[in-house]
Design a protein around this ligand. Structure first.
Ligand code: CA2
Length: 144
């Protein structure tokens, strides 16, 4: 079973700026963490990052046919994108929403997520460990 791990805009800059908010791990570190976690859970992962909303929508559509779960940090599109919500609503498997930072301790515009109403779980403020937690939760939901 394959879980899509999708990262949205600017997350390619992880580890390069704002370590006080996002930590020191790079996107490559996150992807390694996801591969190792998934392997321990008996899952495969497909890790993708894009700065473009439509590309994220396209990967969610692909997951409808070749994925069984989605772990998504949509970055700033979390707070703006009905298109990503609509795509996730067309996906049948478990969806876990991740935010590295605690968005609720930050600006008010980060407190609302279009994705949370569709997500089966939301993990915020746990740093990049949130991705591993998200994969564990997807594995649990896939087994139940
Ligand atoms: O906390 C998160 O994971 C966010 O999804 C990150 C988004 C932000 O817009 C959301 O409100 C919360 C931004 C990602 C930007 O990532 C950077 C990493 C390093 C340097 C600059 C940006």
């Amino acid at each position: 079973m394959t879980v899509f791990v999708l990262n949205g805009p600017n997350l390619n800059l992880l580890g390069q700026r704002q370590p006080e908010i996002y930590g020191r791990e790079t996107l490559a570190d996150v992807e390694t963490l996801c591969r190792e976690t998934a392997s321990g859970l008996g899952l495969a992962v497909r890790c993708e990052q894009s700065n473009h909303e439509g590309q994220l929508v396209d990967w969610i559509h692909e997951a409808r046919h070749t994925g069984q779960g989605i772990v998504i940090n949509a970055g700033a599109y979390t707070h703006t994108s009905v298109a990503i919500l609509d795509a996730l609503n067309a996906f049948d498997g478990p969806v876990i929403e991740i935010h590295i930072s605690n968005v609720h301790r930050r600006e008010a515009f980060r407190h609302h997520s279009y994705i949370s109403g569709r997500a089966d779980g939301v993990i915020v403020g746990c740093g990049v460990q949130g991705y591993a937690l998200g994969l564990q939760r997807v594995a649990t939901l896939l087994r139940s």
